[in-house]
Design a protein around this ligand. Structure first.
Ligand code: HSE
Length: 406
C-alpha cells in the first residue's frame, strides 16, 4: 500500500478523490499496489461529504507523516502551493500537480529539488488537461527528436472563437460572458483571453521537448481580446477558422515559441478542434505527424491526468522517472522577426489608395461576400516577414485589424 495526500478539495481535488474512489480496483491493479488517500488538506469543512474522515487543515500533518509518499498539489497559484510543493519534495515525497502557473514559474527549481531528493515531480495535467501529452513525450515518443509542437491549449478561448464562428455576428464580449456563466472562464479571465495560460503551457511543453527551461515571460503572447465578429466573418468567408495557437518550433534560426490567433486552413489537423476541446500536434523527425485531442479542462478530465501521475508515482516509488526537461539553464529563444507569413488586413474603403502604396496587394476582397461590411474592404498581403509587416502596418497606420495566416 502507498499513501497519498491531496492539497485542496476544489474542482480538481474533489475530482481526484472521486476518480480514486470510483476506479479504485483498476487503479490499484495498474499501480501494482493499493493507493490510499490518507489526508485531504482544505481549510473549509464539507459536512456529509465522504472526504470528511480524511480532512485536515494542517499541512504539517502531511509533511511530517513518513507514511505519505505522494502529495497531490491541486490548490493552484504560486503562493502556498509553491511552499508546500517545495517542502513535500524536500521531505522525500513525490508530488503530482495540475498547477500550470507553478510549473511554469518554478518548475526548474522544483524539478531540481526533486532530483536532489530522488523523488518525482509530475505535472501531466498542467498542459492540455486530460490529454496525455507530457507522458506521451517523455515515455512514448522517445525514439524521436521532436522539432515542433503546435497546440490549442486553452479551452475557454477555443470555446469563444468556436461560438463566434458558429453563431455569425455574435460579439466577443457576449460569448465571454456566456463562458463565465458556464464556468469555463477562470476567475480572472485575462489569463485565458490574453493567452498567458496557453503561453505557460507551451513554455512547459517546450522545456520538455528541448531539454532546457523556456521562460513563459519570453514567449511572444497575443490573445483574442481584439478579435471581432467581422474578423471571424472574413475568416469563414475565406474558408479559414480563427484559432489561438501556441507553437514551439526548432528552426534554422533557433527555437521559436509564440502564442497568437491565426487563420487556419481547412486541411490543417487542428482546424476541426472546436469548443472547449484542446489538441496538440507534434512533429517528430522519425514519427512525422501525430495529433492528440481531448478534454483540456474540467474536474474529471483534469483529475484523470493527475491520478495517472499518482499511479506513475506509485510505480516509481524509490526511483526517478525520466523527464525531458533536464537541464538547469534557461533556453534563449530566437526572435520571431524573420518568420515569413501572409496577413489579412481590413481597412476602410476610402483608404484603398494608401494601402496600395504601402502594401501593393494583388487586389481587394469583395465586400459583398462578407455581408454588411459596406464601408470596408480587406486584402491579403504577399508573404513577408513579421518585421516587414509590422513596419508597413505602422506606416499605413489606419487599418481596422490584421490577422496572420498560419
Ligand atoms: N482556463 C483553462 C482553459 C483551464 O480554459 O483551458 C485548463 O487549464
Amino acid at each position: 500500500m502507498i499513501k497519498a495526500a491531496v492539497l485542496g478539495y476544489g474542482t480538481v481535488g474533489s475530482g481526484v478523490y472521486n476518480v480514486i474512489r470510483e476506479n479504485r480496483e483498476l487503479i490499484n491493479e495498474r499501480a501494482g499496489q493499493e493507493i490510499e488517500i490518507k489526508y485531504v488538506l482544505d481549510l473549509r469543512k464539507f459536512p456529509g461529504d465522504p472526504v470528511e474522515k480524511v480532512l485536515t487543515d494542517s499541512f504539517d500533518d502531511i509533511v511530517n507523516d513518513p507514511e505519505v509518499k505522494i502529495v497531490v498539489e491541486v490548490m493552484g497559484g504560486t503562493g502556498a502551493a509553491y511552499e508546500f510543493t517545495k517542502r513535500s519534495l524536500e521531505a522525500g515525497k513525490n508530488v503530482c500537480t495540475s498547477n500550470k502557473e507553478l510549473v511554469a514559474e518554478h518548475g526548474l527549481e522544483l524539478m531540481s529539488i526533486a532530483r536532489e531528493n530522488e523523488v518525482n515531480y509530475f505535472f501531466e495535467a498542467s498542459c492540455g488537461g486530460g490529454i496525455p501529452i507530457i507522458r506521451a513525450i517523455n515515455d512514448c515518443l522517445t525514439a524521436d527528436a521532436i522539432d515542433q509542437i503546435t497546440g490549442i491549449l486553452n479551452g475557454t478561448t477555443n470555446f469563444i472563437l468556436t461560438e463566434m464562428t458558429q453563431k455569425d455576428g455574435v460579439s466577443f464580449s457576449k460569448v465571454l460572458k456566456q463562458a463565465q456563466e458556464n464556468g469555463f472562464a477562470e476567475r480572472d479571465p485575462s489569463a485565458d483571453i490574453d493567452a498567458y495560460d496557453p503561453a505557460r503551457k507551451i513554455a512547459i511543453l517546450s522545456s520538455i521537448i528541448f531539454g532546457s527551461s523556456v521562460d513563459y515571460k519570453d514567449v511572444y503572447t497575443e490573445g483574442i481580446r481584439k478579435i471581432s465578429a467581422e474578423d471571424i466573418r472574413y475568416a469563414s468567408t475565406l474558408g479559414y477558422a480563427v484559432k489561438l495557437l501556441a507553437e514551439a518550433k526548432k528552426t534554422g534560426d533557433g527555437i521559436r515559441v509564440y502564442v497568437a490567433p491565426f487563420l487556419l486552413a481547412e486541411d490543417h489537423p487542428l482546424y476541426p478542434v472546436n469548443g472547449v476541446m484542446n489538441a496538440v500536434y507534434v512533429h517528430g523527425n522519425m514519427l512525422g505527424d501525430a495529433v492528440f485531442t481531448g478534454a483540456g479542462a474540467g474536474s474529471l478530465p483534469t483529475a484523470s491526468a493527475v491520478v495517472a501521475d499518482v499511479i506513475d508515482a506509485a510505480r516509481h516509488d524509490g526511483k526517478r522517472a525520466y523527464c525531458g526537461w533536464k537541464h538547469d539553464e534557461k533556453l534563449a529563444l530566437a526572435s520571431n522577426d524573420s518568420i515569413k507569413r501572409r496577413f489579412l488586413v481590413r481597412i476602410y474603403t476610402e483608404d484603398q489608395a494608401d494601402a496600395n502604396k504601402v502594401f501593393a496587394p494583388d487586389g481587394f476582397l469583395d465586400t459583398v461576400s462578407v455581408g454588411e461590411l459596406e464601408d470596408e474592404v480587406a486584402f491579403i498581403t504577399g508573404e513577408m516577414t513579421e518585421q516587414e509587416f509590422a513596419a508597413k502596418y505602422k506606416e499605413f497606420g489606419k487599418a481596422i485589424s490584421r490577422l496572420r495566416f498560419y
